[in-house]
Design a protein. Structure first.
Length: 289
């Protein structure tokens, strides 16, 4: 029996209904994968997963990644990253991104081989606060004028690890992470196998330049593209409920999170996977310089 779905946005994204991810069948996994190939954002609600079950589900969709930062990993399972404003008795955050605004970005773009599949599971979320939005970069590409597409199509962006403004990592920690993740270059336009659809691939926070282009030329171009990519017509905004899990493809969407009251507890658990390059628009890169 085919999975029942309903749209999240007129142009992209679906909610998958009536499935328990603790024990999905092989057929259900194949359907979820097919839906993810078609839609860069999937929502599945009313789940009750422990970390081992989330990891097991993730592994059935791609090889799982271990994040370079040790301080935001789950203490029990390094495959899981904690996204939270909760603190230990020492005052240290247990995870990443606290409660301020997480501006538009795409995960793992600073790595030579980005793990483009993200899965974020809501354990505790404040009602009506801390919403997350996704901007579809394929729709944005298709809406660009042809002369701008011709200009951008051959370009390669220069990416470097940049910590988000809301995070708690100090400069020394950032430099240590950057030592483990040297600057990389990625194509700024990715083509999805099978469909042939193309989309922009750049990060407003971590794409610092364009290969072979002077900063005075690249910065206005990047700013123009980001403004276009994040236009409301390309954006789906999600209000979280406990038990939600959202899957998204970082090669086809940017995402952001709105700020919220820091006294409101929020805990989500993220796993990321390397999506198969025969079905997904996976960026390949080489070291910059």
């Amino acid at each position: 029996m085919a999975l029942e779905t309903k749209p999240l946005h007129p142009e992209f994204g679906v909610e998958i209904l009536d499935i328990d991810l603790r024990r999905p069948s092989d057929a259900a996994i194949r359907e979820i994968d097919a839906l993810w190939v078609e839609h860069p954002v999937l929502l599945i609600r009313d789940q009750l997963l422990d970390e081992e079950q989330q990891i097991a589900f993730s592994r059935r969709l791609g090889a799982i990644n271990i994040h370079v930062r040790t301080d935001i990993r789950s203490r029990q399972n390094p495959e899981v990253v904690l996204i939270s404003n909760l603190r230990l008795e020492s005052g240290e955050n247990i995870g990443a991104l606290a409660s301020g605004e997480a501006r538009w970005h795409t995960d793992s773009c600073y790595k030579p081989r980005p793990d483009t599949g993200s899965m974020l599971y809501a354990v505790e979320v404040p009602k009506g606060a801390g919403r997350t939005s996704w901007a579809n970069t394929q729709l944005a590409w298709e809406a660009l004028p042809e002369d701008l597409r011709a200009r951008v199509r051959p370009l390669r962006g220069e990416f470097a690890y940049r910590i988000y403004d809301v995070d708690i990592t100090g400069e020394e920690e950032v430099e240590a992470i950057r030592a483990l993740t040297p600057d990389v270059v990625h194509p700024m336009v990715l083509t999805q196998p099978g469909t042939g659809r193309q989309g922009l691939y750049l990060d407003p926070l971590q794409t610092y330049g364009i290969e072979g282009m002077a900063p005075e030329e690249s910065r206005p171009l990047l700013a123009r593209l980001v403004e276009h990519m994040t236009s409301l017509e390309f954006v789906f905004e999600h209000e979280w409920r406990r038990g939600d899990i959202v899957l998204w493809d970082n090669a086809r969407v940017l995402h952001r999170r709105e700020p919220f009251d820091p006294v409101l507890p929020r805990l989500l658990k993220r796993t990321t996977v390397f999506l198969p390059p025969d079905r997904y628009p996976v960026p390949f890169a080489q070291p910059a310089g």
